[in-house]
Write a protein that binds this ligand. Structure first.
Ligand code: GA4
Length: 329
């Protein structure tokens, strides 16, 4: 790891491997297209990542939550610190997780249930918590619906029954889904240094499915199957969806969770909002029986585990670790 000498950038790693690659090949799924189920399955198999258009979520819903977040991130640092340190929930600055990962980022992390949204709103927006609370609630209910619709289309595309076999895991009242709002401030020092700085280091998401929306500032990169990194051009009116580790297990490795990362921008702020659709803590995760059985490639690749067990193990790991290796058969 190379560390920059500027004190503010102390302990934040450079990204040294990246030659900028323009990648026009990120699958774009039009939810109005009758063939989208097959295309979704293909995208999850090849990339574990795709962009969704014609999703039906009004752009105003995204813009008003983004405006609330920008209002908070524009506050003086000591005021923001009152909502932290994230452990893991609340306001966080540069530190990601508990095991030494650092990035050029500040963020708000909360559980996606009504109680946590309301409590977070009171610490984030003391003068007008109702506004923040309703912007998060409305946004999350739309995005959760989209995540469930995508999971149902995937079940149909995989020809597994019932249609809600995956979506019902997110619909559980006690689902452990979380919500994260990230702000990557511009980093002008980078212009003189001619290098890439880590915004959010490489990792796979532990949950089932992640739904990301960002403003029009680029920075997100995904790793392809050959190990190369490509940029996902930003698009504020679309959603970017990633396969998480649990969906990799549920599909017995047919879908792969995507390794991704964010690089800091020297000029522009990036704001992203991510819903991580997760099981309840007591949910048992194992390859679905319809995707396992006799014959080559059908043997179960993972042992059954409870989501709570996976989560405990994930929080002991570093961002870039392969968290699924403890659960392989
Ligand atoms: C990655 C995906 C989500 O942002 C997150 C992250 C979590 C955190 O920031 O607290 C983790 C990371 C994420 C995976 C490994 C552990 C936990 C930081 C970390 C080093 C909120 C999540 O669920 O897992």
């Amino acid at each position: 790891m190379v560390v920059l000498s500027k004190p503010a950038l102390d302990h934040i790693p450079f990204i040294t491997d990246h030659k900028p690659t323009h990648f026009p090949g990120i699958p774009t799924i039009d939810l109005f297209n009758p063939d989208s189920k097959t295309l979704l399955v293909k995208a999850c198999e090849e990339f574990g990542f795709f962009k969704v258009i014609n999703h039906g979520i009004p752009v105003e819903l995204m813009d008003s939550l983004e405006a609330e977040a920008v209002k908070f991130f524009s506050l003086p640092q000591p005021e923001k610190e009152q909502a932290g340190p994230a452990n893991p929930f609340g306001y966080g600055n540069k530190r990601i997780g508990n095991n030494g990962d650092m990035g050029w980022i500040e963020y708000i992390l909360m559980q996606s249930n009504a109680k946590s949204i309301s409590e977070t709103s009171w610490v984030i927006s003391r003068d007008n918590p109702e506004c923040f609370c309703s912007a998060v609630t409305d946004y999350l209910s739309a995005v959760k619906k989209l995540a469930c619709e995508v999971l149902e289309m995937l079940a149909e595309g995989l020809k597994i029954q019932p249609r809600d076999v995956l979506s019902k895991i997110l619909m559980d009242e006690e689902s452990d889904s979380i919500f994260r709002i990230n702000h990557y401030p511009p980093c002008p020092d980078l212009q003189a240094l001619h290098c890439n700085l880590t915004g959010f280091g490489e990792h796979t998401d532990p949950q089932i499915i992640s739904v990301l929306r960002s403003n029009n500032t680029s920075g997100l990169q995904i790793s392809l199957r050959d190990g190369s990194w490509v940029s996902a051009p930003s698009d504020k009116s679309s959603f970017f969806i990633s396969v998480g580790d649990c969906l990799q297990v549920l599909t017995n490795g047919r879908f792969k969770s995507v390794k991704h990362r964010v690089i800091a921008n020297s000029m522009k702020s990036r704001v992203s909002m991510i819903y991580f659709g997760a099981p309840s803590l007591r949910e048992k995760i194992a390859p679905l029986s319809l995707l396992t059985g006799e014959g080559p490639g059908k043997e179960s690749q993972y042992r059954e585990f409870k989501w709570s067990e996976y989560k405990i193990s994930a929080y002991k790991s570093r961002l870039a670790d392969n968290r699924l290796r403890f659960f392989e058969k």
